[in-house]
Design a protein around this ligand. Sequence first.
Ligand code: AP5
Length: 215
Amino acid sequence: MTNIILLGPPGAGKGTQARHLVETRGMTQLSTGDMLRDAQSSGTEMGKKVAAIMAEGKLVTDQIVIGLIREKLLVGSEGGFIFDGFPRTLPQADALQKLLLEMELKLDAVVEMQVDDEALVARVTGRSTCGGCGEVYHDVTKPWPADGACSNCGSTEVKRRADDNEESLKTRLMEYYKKTSPLIGYYYAKGTLQRIDGLASIDDVQKSIAWILGK
Ligand code: AP5
């Protein structure tokens, strides 16, 4: 069982790589962004509360996301957890450490995916996802199949996120550099940080992560 954190700015490729690890290694993806979007579409009070914050590109409160992660960790995972977009602040990182300790789980690696800002703008503004299965596409680098049907599940529902525009991305990047990038030093000091070139092709990034995970 392997537990890892995928750490990187918006559009670094965390979700793309997490989906691959779920398919190939039977790991469980814990994406706080997806959990918050699910809460929005199911119309819960919490979903309504966070919708505007997310569209603007700001971070939602630590308390909310820690609560979401705690619930999912309690369910357990045979293949291990991929933390995708969590933790994003030092208090979230401390809370995760406590939760893992309580559940007698260990963190095997923190993979920092390094991508420059210019590439992030192009990735985020060109992104779409499948409404059926969540497969991630890109207008240029991974376009939808010509017949308009998702190559993974056949759905024709194309989704675009409310925060995938240049304005929100500016705020998301500022939040990342101010509140999330200090985690790089935090995990470096703990000896768990591994850095990879997130600008490489999707296949090459997969290979770098596989190497870190030991195969
Ligand atoms: P969240 O959903 O976590 O978004 P994010 O961190 O901004 O990351 P993204 O999902 O945008 O990008 P990604 O790294 O997964 O990239 P992807 O693989 O899709 O968070 C959204 C919001 O929720 C936050 O702003 C905040 O409000 C809130 N939130 C979430 N978690 C929180 C927390 N812990 N605390 C507080 N608030 C929280 O790839 C992007 C595109 O690039 C795709 O089109 C893909 O096809 C393409 N691509 C991927 N890899 C490559 C590659 N190697 N080469 C070329 N193209 C590639």
